[in-house]
Design a protein around this ligand. Sequence first.
Ligand SMILES: NC(=O)c1ccc[n+]([C@@H]2O[C@H](COP(=O)([O-])OP(=O)(O)OC[C@H]3O[C@@H](n4cnc5c(N)ncnc54)[C@H](O)[C@@H]3O)[C@@H](O)[C@H]2O)c1
Length: 280
Amino acid sequence: MSHQILKGKKGIIFGALDERSIAWKTALRAVEEGAEIVLTNAPIAMRMGKINELAQACNAPVIAADATSTADIENLVQKSMEHLGGKLDFVLHSIGMSPNVRKAIPYTETNYDNFLKTLDISALSLHKVLQTCMKMDALNEWASVIALSYIAAQRTFPGYNDMAEAKALLESIARSFGYHYGFSKKVRVNTISQSPTITTAGSGVSGFDAFYTYADKMSPLGNATGEQCADFCIAMFSDYTKMITMQNLFHDGGFSNTGVSQLIVEEMQKAAIATEGING
Ligand SMILES: NC(=O)c1ccc[n+]([C@@H]2O[C@H](COP(=O)([O-])OP(=O)(O)OC[C@H]3O[C@@H](n4cnc5c(N)ncnc54)[C@H](O)[C@@H]3O)[C@@H](O)[C@H]2O)c1
């Protein structure tokens, strides 16, 4: 399915680690829709070498950048403009990492150095990318910047740990920077709040399998897949969504507005009957 809705557009895609990554799928779709892209990831992630396969498929260079380093981001933006021959029309921020989650440190016993790293990598990095682009005047008018979020920014999911605060901060940065960049350059900034998706970052969250299944059963349309998220990113990069900015857009099959589904009620009833059977 290609309609060339990104024909002539140029952009940077952060965060493609392997085939399951939302950024990986978005990169392929962006090129299919006629865009020219530059791929980037943290130097440590690039050592896995997988991203080079994607680079070949997308005919795109890979420029390493740690998204917490403004020097790396400046270098990335400069080299991207040189390679693409002009300013950018879109940026995908698809970055998330929590050392507390990775080390299974419970939320109530958080390590604050780790907590600050979570916020720096997963949220402040969006501010750093936007600030660098603004300083370097790297974005064309009506450019579209998307970052990926999760509903734990609004509601508590215990296993999500300090990533919940990171997502709340990320969404707030999108709103605040979206205001400033909208007035100064007509640049739009939004977050997409995606269903649980089986990826390296997703599966790192404790109890992921259970809340993946739970969300699927709660959502009238089921969980949105990574491919569907990529399609939504493409729509948001296109000129068909020009007047959307400063929003957190739920891409979750209806999960965020569902109190409980009949499927979950029936499962609870079945579980209650099974427990009665055991007890009595
Ligand atoms: N998978 C899910 O269930 C889900 C749901 C909602 C939102 N999201 C969000 O989607 C985004 C992409 O995650 P994904 O699920 O595709 O997983 P992923 O693990 O494939 O992608 C996360 C990426 O972040 C990169 N990264 C980590 N530290 C970095 C740094 N310092 N500098 C630059 N890049 C760095 C990693 O190398 C990796 O490529 C994340 O923001 C994640 O929180 C994921």
